[in-house]
Design a protein around this ligand. Structure first.
Ligand code: RRO
Length: 306
């Protein structure tokens, strides 16, 4: 399946599929995705302090996908950066995106300073977690100008590591925020984070299913939102996009790539179908390309724009 090789920000990927940062919080699970043949992995967003996460249940499946309020469960930058260092040393062949979350520019800079010496292939700034409003106020990337301000400061200290901005669909104009990030030096855009927040109520128990009551919605039901966001971002910026949100079939992959994504994140589908979903998507995409005489994915990126 040589036709699936992709270059993103000058980094080679064996295939366009990445595991997004999200419901998988532990490194052994990321290793499982690598063993299953994913093209790249994003680790769980790291914060300054260790966080246990929100009350259980944190994740709930429903007919059209999933709702989560993991609450940024992670080891914190001290222990987390040590674990990541070891992981990077033992994993040489699959590109790794280290994801960071903070609520102040200064805090982001501290996290980036700790991660740069580890030389991951990418740093992702999570500007869009939907599940921490109550504690911190709105995520920084939801406000026009704030996202770019963070990117600009981070770029001063990130050395050669490409910096990606992960954006929320829950804004008036995602393309405008993406452009603001590009103008501030971002190397790529990751879109989209989960939709919502939403809520599901257990009608027998007469209460919301999630411990934190509300959470971000993912899975097949949000795919049209993803496609629209990527389409709009592609028209606004020149930097490459990692598209994600509701992709579970190879046809979804083609759609998202035609909207403008160079790499494709697949997360919730690993919950619904298992890690074998990556093989299913690779086979489907590769056959589609062969049938249409498409030699490389670059030919398809943004093909739906005219
Ligand atoms: O941990 C979470 O609750 C979470 C995060 Br950081 C995020 O970026 N998106 C999401 O749906 N959940």
């Amino acid at each position: 399946m040589d036709n699936l090789n992709v270059k993103y920000c000058n980094v080679n990927f064996n295939n366009p599929f990445i595991l997004p940062s999200g419901i998988i919080t532990e490194i052994p699970e990321h290793r499982r995705a690598i063993e299953a043949g994913v093209g790249g992995v994003t680790l769980k967003s790291l914060t300054f302090e260790k966080r246990e996460g929100n009350p259980l249940p944190r994740v709930w499946k429903y007919d059209c996908g999933m709702i989560n309020s993991v609450g940024l469960r992670n080891a914190g930058i001290e222990d987390g950066s040590r674990e990541i260092g070891e992981f990077l040393k033992s994993n040489k062949n699959t590109p790794v995106i280290v994801s960071l979350f903070a609520t102040k520019v200064k805090e982001f800079l501290y996290l980036v300073e700790k991660i740069v010496p580890l030389s991951p292939q990418f740093i992702e700034l999570n500007l869009s977690c939907p599940n921490v409003d109550d504690e911190f106020g709105k995520p920084l990337g939801m406000e026009k100008g704030a996202a770019g301000k963070i990117v600009k400061q981070v770029k001063k200290i990130s050395e050669k590591i490409p910096v990606l901005a992960k954006l929320s669909p829950n804004v008036n104009d995602i393309a405008d925020i993406a452009k603001n990030c590009e103008d501030s030096g971002a190397d790529g855009i990751v879109a989209i984070n989960t939709v919502g927040p939403g809520m599901i109520i257990d009608i027998e128990k007469r209460k919301p299913v999630l411990g934190a009551k509300k959470g971000g919605v993912s899975g097949p039901g949000i795919l049209p939102v993803t496609v629209r966001c990527i389409y709009e971002i592609y028209e606004a910026v020149k930097i490459p996009i990692i598209g994600m949100g509701g992709i579970s079939k190879w046809q979804d992959v083609v759609e998202v790539v035609m909207a403008g994504a160079t790499l494709v994140g697949v997360g919730t589908a690993t919950y619904l179908k298992g890690m074998k979903v990556y093989d299913e998507l690779k086979n489907g995409l590769s056959s589609f390309m062969a049938k249409k005489n498409i030699k490389g994915l670059a030919e398809l990126v943004g093909a739906a724009h005219f």
